[in-house]
Design a protein around this ligand. Structure first.
Ligand code: ZN
Length: 709
């Protein structure tokens, strides 16, 4: 993995944009009967919200969604003032409250099927549904034939291989019954990846039954961008003895459900932008199975002490398969509350939906910007991509800390990591598409810049003192100062460094009822009660991930850096961050790196680190050849002293020679009172100055802030 970094230095590292606050899945939330509660008090918290990074709240209703590249304005109220809908604040507040009170995980989709791309060890098979509605799995023998373009024929890489009847492959659909004869013996050949493998070739193939021909089912693989390839015919062999689980259900029932979900998923045009794949899964002819026909399938058996304990199915070799466990199985007792007589603290406060719904006792108003000037900017964001739930080293946690056993959602040695939150990243401009490309995978948005203030109200009804204290703590994260460091993340673009906000409470009005009358108490800047939550280690994890000072390095997915320590921003596949993830872990193997835990000792920097020297994964010479960068290592936010040493021709930029040997350039707009073409007037040559490093701008140049002169 050498060569990958988002940081230049001898040790490469990166901080993954998200991490997880721990959940003890062996325990469960404390649930109580919602109807058994003493009458509490009501009131309102007048809150302020200050943006610490740019914020995006896309006005989806006003956008033209028919365009490939979507453009969104910042949401505004009827007076055209930028506004954050209450729901955009409420969601993140509830998530933090859920973590702090060990509540249910209400936002996780329990029905979410977790799928992955199969890599190896899947066997050819046939699936069959009998009249009683039970599934059977049969082993199959695979016979192959070469295909050139749409025609199947002699495979011309191996001149001595065999010719089958030349027909259009297009005449066949996935799963069609065919009749074949085979060439005697296995023949070794090279696959497209250059591996040598052995298989039996088909000699004759047709749709008509004839003497001496075997009955089989045609299995057409996923389309690849190549003209020559092999396709298969599966011939039925003996049944696989798949056992039943303790409920008397076949172990096949969950995998079959997963398989049909995958096919459904790929048929949903909204969910799948990969047109090639979509048409592939659309053509899988899955209805055949319901007609009682044998259906070609790829399967993998999982065994423990010789007994089959699980089965995975896929309609393609190197295709998609699903874990038997869905998200609901992983959540265990942390599935969302369902019954009014068993509600966790968060559902009790914020309400729940479903058959037994319950209204919220907390209402958050829209937050309206307090404007001196409408400080927004329109930018093109980079793509919001990153490892998903199928990236096991980042989503699953080994219960014994050892990742030698196969990582899988179906392996009880692993649990999900907990509640997902995003780190704050103060690196300026990290959210920008580096080349300004406006594609269908990224969007352009109007951002409210850092340093803007919004105000909103939190109305509460019938809360006891403990609940009010917990709500106040959650809103302020235990610190009622605008200059504070404990911040929430709201809005769009959380993984790319947008949406860090500080919430404070200006005042509180509380209405209590006693001796037949209401009393209203006004409290200026209410006190924060500390120690209101039971689990101190969870409080510490929340404080860590909500601290804008937690990460000392830029928060970003790994990129490949060139000789000067600059990221490759050419958009090419070989330089994409997913290459790091692929080289770190391939299915079935032990991962090289797993996501560090928030509270993990010796990892206060929250980064994954590795040595850059030796064993470059890519043969890219530029990556190997590490010459010294122009500037010594720079730390975000760190102060550097130096001296003004000249200007550019236009007198818009002042150059500063730093005492550590580096160079800083300051743009006139960064200096109060400086004018275009006259930076020399506010910034004299030879003057001693202190600057702080603010990361890189969209063009990859270092950005500096003047501290004092
Ligand atoms: Zn709940």
């Amino acid at each position: 993995m050498a060569g990958y970094s988002n940081f230049k230095g001898d040790n490469a590292l990166f901080i993954n944009p998200y991490n997880f606050v721990s959940v003890d899945f062996d325990s469960e939330p404390v649930r109580k009967d919602a109807s058994v509660r003493k009458r509490g008090s009501s009131g309102v918290l007048h809150c302020e919200l200050v943006t610490k990074t740019p914020l995006s709240i896309p006005d989806v209703a006003e956008a033209d969604l028919s365009k490939d590249h979507k453009e969104f304005d910042f949401m505004r109220n009827s007076d055209e003032v930028p506004m954050i809908p209450g729901s955009s604040i409420r969601g993140p507040i509830r998530s933090v409250y859920e973590a702090l009170t060990n509540s249910c995980m209400s936002t996780v989709d329990e029905d979410q099927l977790i799928t992955y791309r199969t890599k190896k060890a899947f066997e050819p098979g046939l699936l069959y549904l009998d009249e009683r509605g039970e599934y059977h799995l049969f082993e199959a023998k695979r016979y192959i034939f070469g295909v050139i373009g749409g025609t199947y024929a002699r495979y011309d890489m191996e001149p001595d291989l065999y010719t089958v009847e030349v027909n259009r492959l297009d005449d066949y659909a996935y799963g069609d019954t065919v009749y074949i004869s085979a060439v005697k013996g296995e023949k070794a050949f090279k696959t497209r990846k250059g591996f040598t493998t052995k298989s039996v070739f088909i000699e004759k193939m047709g749709k008509n039954k004839a003497d001496g021909l075997m009955q089989g089912y045609i299995c057409i693989g996923e389309p690849f961008a190549r003209k020559k390839h092999f396709e298969s015919v599966f011939v039925k062999e003996k049944e696989v003895a798949v056992p039943k689980n303790e409920n008397g259900q076949s172990l096949l029932s969950k995998p079959v459900k997963g398989l049909s979900e995958i096919i459904k998923l790929y048929n949903d045009d909204k969910l799948n932008s990969n047109a090639k794949n979509r048409s592939f899964y659309k053509d899988r002819n899955y209805k055949k199975i319901e007609k009682g026909e044998y259906y070609p399938i790829w399967y993998r058996l999982f065994k423990k002490e010789g007994k089959i304990v699980n089965v995975h199915l896929s309609v393609a070799n190197l295709g998609r398969s699903a874990y038997s466990a869905d998200m609901g199985d992983m959540l265990l007792e942390y599935k969302s509350c369902k019954k009014r007589n068993e509600v966790c603290p968060a559902c009790s406060l914020f309400g729940m939906t479903g058959t037994e719904s319950m209204s919220s006792r907390v209402r958050i108003s829209d937050a309206v910007m307090e404007m001196a000037a409408d400080r927004t900017q329109k930018v093109t964001l980079k793509e919001l991509s990153g490892p998903k739930t199928s990236y096991l080293p980042f989503y699953l946690l080994s219960k014994n800390g050892n990742y030698d056993e196969e990582i899988s959602y179906d392996n009880e040695a692993y649990s999900i990591r907990g509640r997902k939150f995003y780190w704050h990243s103060l690196e300026k401009g990290s959210y920008l598409e580096p080349n300004g490309i406006k594609g269908d995978r990224n969007a352009s948005v109007e951002l409210v810049e850092a340093g803007n203030k919004f105000s909103f109200n939190v109305y509460y009804d019938d809360l006891n003192t403990d609940e009010i204290n917990k709500l106040i703590w959650t809103l302020t994260l235990g610190e009622n100062e605008i200059s504070g460091k404990q911040c929430h993340k709201i809005g769009h673009g959380k993984p790319i460094g947008l949406g860090s906000v500080k919430i404070t409470i200006r005042s509180q009005e509380e209405r209590t009822y006693a001796e037949g009358e209401y009393k209203i108490t006004h409290i200026e800047k209410p006190m924060i009660e500390n120690n209101v939550f039971d689990d101190k280690s969870v409080v510490n994890e929340v404080l860590e991930i909500t601290s804008i000072e937690a990460c000392k390095y830029p928060v970003d997915y790994p990129a490949i850096v060139d000789a000067k320590g600059k990221k490759y921003n050419d958009g090419s596949n070989t330089h994409a961050s997913h290459q790091w993830f692929t080289s770190n872990y391939s299915l079935g193997n032990s991962p090289e790196k797993v996501l560090p835990q928030i509270g993990y000792e010796n990892n206060n920097e929250h980064a994954l680190r590795w040595k850059t020297d030796g064993g470059d994964m890519h043969s890219d010479n530029q990556i190997k050849d590490k010459t010294k960068a122009q500037n010594p290592l720079l730390k975000m936010g760190a102060e550097y002293a130096g001296m003004v040493k000249g200007y550019n021709d236009k007198k818009t930029v002042a150059k500063i020679k730093l005492d550590n040997g580096g160079v800083a350039s300051i743009f006139y707009k960064e200096i109060k009172g400086a004018k275009y073409g006259e930076i020399d007037k506010s910034f004299k040559n030879g003057e001693r100055v202190n600057v702080s490093y603010c990361g890189k701008n969209e063009d990859g140049y270092d950005r500096w802030k003047l501290l004092r002169s």
